[in-house]
Design a protein around this ligand. Structure first.
Ligand code: MFK
Ligand code: FAD
Length: 517
């Protein structure tokens, strides 16, 4: 056991070590709120570094499995998840990672507290943040349009801190004919008069939270009007309604669901994503008939912010790790941190992380105001609501692309060791990559941005541009390089436009012709 041994990077309490997160929270939260929540944020980081890290290793080592038949060839479709995965559920409940947002102890600031805690919690909870995102989205839909019964029986459990009561939710939209284009949904919902419920049959191509207690799903509604022809449906997305269903009953028996197989994924291995056949799943309709896409969009808009939060968390962890390594690794007679070119790389990563975390929490703060304050206040109705609607797809795309870029730089910054699974960077990279696809691909969200611009007749874009000007104005007087950059706000507006994929360039036509073949 002779020769050089590299110092191990020190495990850090991310909240205490990261000046960026502290400054974001100091700016957005009243001092007394920040003081009150700080011990909770510190303890959740300590948990993530100890019990959370151990659970993550177990979740990765012992991935979910499907036992389809019992020994006598009866179809059982038993989803086997690890004890560590189930433990994450209990911890999520106890720590109130969904509950904090709905208890609203701190009014509009509760969302900021919840997302900050989630961000730190997720470094020890890993992919469990996925069912939590959908649970939060489902809670929001029920809060907005659920029946009193749904609120009492389901919402109260989605937002419970009691592990024995806590429910998680799935979100089943994607089908084989279309994930982006859900108007191609084949799944059908037929009213069952005896059960006084909807009976749902079809095939859901991706279900991430197959162990969830309940799920929100889209299906094509058979016209319940007695004078309508049997089986009459409407085409496209305007024929879809939103449904809420238990996935299993109290005895654990699946509610008209067959699990075809688990997906063999590039990453997110600890997450049980499955293909599901639905055959008479008993469900209740949520909100108006044929308004399924509009109604489920409340989930999409929450989970898309979660994607931003998840990317920020990954960037934070990888950046702190890369900086810590640079303080210990010596090359060509100096520590890495003192090698100018490496420092420039770290600085660039830091810039990406800072921009992403500011952007994420800017959106979270607006979400908090919309949820906790009267939506008829002019600043909510005319500013926060349209602005958040516009910024959410941009945040989702921007953070997903940046986080993948940063994870590649983080890997390289450890040299060869970065490519080793032991550092966990490869896993982080594979996992974070999915944020470009789930909850809407980049191009689909670019088109969503166009949808908002069209629906608001350009007013949302104008709001964005005015807001950027407002943010830049005080900075201009303090920061000479901003003063000299005349068109900075125009540049920021262009960032948004770029994501619409419609920024014109002369060479574009040639490239498109070549791509078409
Ligand atoms: C840590 C993070 C973890 C996150 C968990 C991830 C787990 C994985 C879960 C999934 O991936 S679930 C599946 C997610 N699927 C998608 O995100 C689908 C992507 N496709 C789209 O978003 C399409 O744009 C869309 C399905 C919405 C297109 O459908 P349509 O019906 O062709 O759109 P249309 O007709 O433009 O919109 C219908 C209505 O919805 C319109 O309102 P009106 O009827 O009142 O005019 C739209 O304005 C409204 N709408 C659409 N998107 C909206 C929205 N409203 C508010 N917010 C939105 N985002
Ligand atoms: P398609 O819609 O076929 O897209 C293919 C390509 O076409 C993409 O590049 C897309 O950007 C592009 N495209 C589509 N429309 C346009 C357009 N109009 N203009 C330009 N380009 C376009 N779904 C669920 O419902 N529930 C889940 O729990 C769930 N979990 C998932 C977990 C994982 C790990 C993954 C990878 C996916 C999951 N999904 C889930 C599915 C995911 O939401 C879809 O894969 C995604 O929305 C894309 O749909 P698609 O696969 O049908 O691709």
């Amino acid at each position: 056991d002779v020769g050089f041994k590299q110092d191990l990077p020190k495990v850090q309490n991310t909240f205490l070590e990261d000046p960026v997160m502290a400054s974001v929270l100091e700016r957005l939260l009243p001092t007394h709120v920040l003081q009150e929540i700080t011990p909770d944020l510190v303890q959740i980081c300590d948990w993530a570094n100890t019990e959370g890290a151990a659970l993550l290793d177990r979740m990765e080592a012992d991935q979910p499995r499907l036992r389809q038949y019992d020994s006598w060839c009866r179809r059982v479709d038993e989803l086997l998840v690890t004890e560590a995965w189930n433990k994450q559920k209990d911890i999520a409940a106890r720590e109130g990672v969904v509950a904090i947002a709905y208890e609203r102890k701190y009014g509009q600031y509760s969302r900021i507290y919840q997302m900050a805690k989630l961000m730190l919690w997720s470094t020890g909870a890993g992919l469990y943040s996925c069912p939590i995102a959908m649970t939060d989205g489902c809670a929001r839909v029920l809060e907005l349009i659920g029946t009193p019964e749904m609120k009492e029986q389901v919402f109260s459990r989605l937002t419970s801190r009691d592990p024995s009561k806590f429910f998680t939710s799935g979100q089943w939209m994607t089908e084989r004919p279309g994930g982006s284009d859900v108007g191609r949904t084949e799944t059908q919902a037929v009213w069952n008069e005896d059960k006084k419920a909807w009976s749902i049959s079809g095939f859901k191509w991706f279900s991430s939270a197959t162990d969830a207690d309940v799920t929100m799903l889209l299906a094509r509604t058979h016209d319940p009007n007695p004078s309508a022809a049997p089986g009459a449906t409407k085409d496209g997305s305007r024929g879809l309604s939103l449904y809420l269903a238990r996935v299993r009953d109290d005895q654990g028996k699946l509610n008209g669901v067959r699990i075809h197989r688990l997906k063999d994924k590039v990453g997110t291995k600890a997450l049980p994503t499955a293909e599901l056949e639905l055959d008479g799943m008993v469900a209740q309709q949520v909100g108006d008939t044929y308004r399924g896409v509009k109604n489920i969009s409340a989930i999409l808009n929450i989970t898309r912010i979660y994607c931003g939060m998840n990317c920020t968390a990954v960037m934070q962890k990888l950046l702190l790790g890369a900086k810590e390594y640079a303080r210990r690794r010596e090359v060509f007679g100096a520590l890495l941190k003192d090698q100018p070119l490496h420092l420039a790389t770290l600085a660039n990563m830091e810039l990406q992380y800072r921009a992403t975390s500011q952007f994420t929490f800017y959106c979270v703060a607006m979400l908090g105001r919309i949820e906790a304050l009267d939506n008829n206040l002019p600043e909510i109705r005319d500013r926060d609501i349209p602005l958040l609607r516009l910024l959410t797809p941009i945040l989702k795309i921007w953070s997903a692309k940046n986080a993948f870029y940063l994870s590649q730089e983080a890997m390289e910054s450890y040299g060869g060791q970065g490519y080793m699974e032991e550092t966990g960077i490869g896993r982080a990279m594979r996992d974070v990559l999915v944020n470009t696809i789930w909850e809407g691909t980049s191009n689909v969200l670019s088109l969503d941005l166009l949808r908002v611009m069209a629906e608001t007749k350009g007013e949302a874009m104008q709001l964005y541009s005015d807001t950027i000007r407002g943010i830049m104005a005080p900075l201009r007087s303090k920061t000479p390089w901003i003063q000299s950059s005349k068109s900075l706000e125009e540049c920021l507006v262009l960032i948004a436009i770029r994501f619409t994929s419609y920024a014109t360039a002369d060479g574009r036509k040639t490239l498109e012709a070549s791509a078409r073949g």
